[in-house]
Ligand binder design. Structure first.
Ligand code: PHE
Length: 356
């Protein structure tokens, strides 16, 4: 009944092992994951050579079966572990091949693709804005982004318990007492007035920080602050400046409106709206059906601010306004999401021109 003996099994196992050894060394010259897998299927797969010895178990006498099983298992596990080693070798071989290929010389000059680069939309917008302010006789004043609470809040007439100082809005600088990332460019009102007695006509673009992030807010954003202090400065002067530069950017036919609002450092205070650039006042999704877009805060300098910096509030009056540069860029260039400005996506950024 049993025509297969232990010897036959052993012989076959030996044959399979030597066949395997042969194919293995053929593969060693150029190990690849694909080659290893083919080898595994040829020996351990369902129709593989090891499997076909196993199939002979049923033709072997019961007494010999355990021993035959051992022989086959030994061969199987030898081949299995050899396959594992081969897999690792193939992987290493691939890595080595890649390393041996022409290495990247990072010191070589970049081959020009003909692209000349472009300005970031915020930079672009800032330059456009500054150009308009220079035409009106303003000088650019630069202020610190990391500042004392004193200049960002207290001197600007923010009471100690004003909600704007809350953790939710303000980034406090760790381990530095009363130091904040400025929440607005209005801190330059204080720095400019401490630095220079009126008359004064300055504009200050820069980064500002608030703990906020959604479609229309990013934790870092840009503002541009405008400050004018002189004798007999009125709200009419302010409206004139605002209208002039908004018209220069958005065209002549859009109207602006001033609306009362509260900021502790101005009295009276307000906000300026621009007729919606998209629907021109009819009401659409962009302007939430109001026909108007909010551009920024403004007002006449509060006497307490003049007092904080030692300017005679009986003699001088002044105005200030602060607008979001990113927001103006968004409206001017028709952007959908403010965060696009800060993602560094080349395809998006490359659409903008190289100069204003
Ligand atoms: N600093 C105010 C803000 O960021 C805007 C503002 C500037 C209001 C100047 C009045 C005058 O919200």
């Amino acid at each position: 009944m049993s025509d297969v003996t232990l010897n036959t099994i052993q012989d076959q196992a030996n044959q399979v092992e030597s066949a395997f050894a042969e194919q293995k060394s053929a593969l060693a010259a150029n190990p690849s994951a694909k080659g290893v897998e083919e080898l595994r299927v040829a020996f351990l797969g369902r129709k593989g050579q090891v499997t076909s010895i196993m199939e002979q178990m049923r033709n072997i006498s019961k007494d010999d079966r355990p021993e035959a099983g051992k022989i086959i298992n030994k061969t199987r596990s030898k081949i299995e572990s050899a396959i594992e080693e081969l897999k690792a070798e193939a992987e290493e071989f691939l890595i080595q091949q890649k390393l041996d290929q022409a290495p990247i010389d990072i010191s070589l000059p970049v081959q020009s693709s003909g692209a000349k680069g472009s300005l970031h939309p915020v930079t672009l917008m800032r330059r456009v804005l500054l150009k308009e302010f220079r035409k009106l006789g303003f000088t650019v004043y630069d202020g610190p982004e990391v500042d004392l609470d004193l200049y960002n809040f207290s001197s600007l007439n923010f009471k100690d318990d004003h909600p704007a100082r809350d953790m939710q809005d303000t980034f406090f600088v760790k381990d530095f007492d009363k130091t904040v990332l400025r929440t607005h460019t209005s801190n330059i009102q204080i720095h400019a007035l401490m630095n220079q007695q009126p008359p004064l006509r300055v504009v200050s673009p820069g980064r500002t920080y608030r703990c906020d992030s959604d479609l229309t807010h990013t934790p870092m954003f840009h503002q541009i602050e405008c400050l004018v202090v002189d004798q007999n400065i009125s709200m009419g002067d302010m409206k004139g400046v605002i209208d002039t530069f908004l018209k220069a950017i958005f065209g002549d036919d859009l109207e602006t409106r001033l609306r009362p609002s509260y900021f502790p450092f101005v009295e009276p205070g307000g906000e300026v709206d621009l007729q919606c650039v998209s629907c021109r006042g009819k009401g659409c999704r962009i302007c939430s059906q109001t026909g108007w877009l909010e551009i920024g805060g403004l007002g006449m300098i509060h006497p307490n601010v003049f007092e904080a910096v030692g300017v005679d509030s009986e003699r001088y009056t002044g105005f200030a306004f602060g607008f979001g540069i990113d927001r103006i860029a968004m409206l001017r260039y028709g952007l959908q999401d403010l965060r696009q400005l800060f993602e560094g996506n080349q395809q998006f950024l490359g659409q903008f021109p190289i100069q204003p």
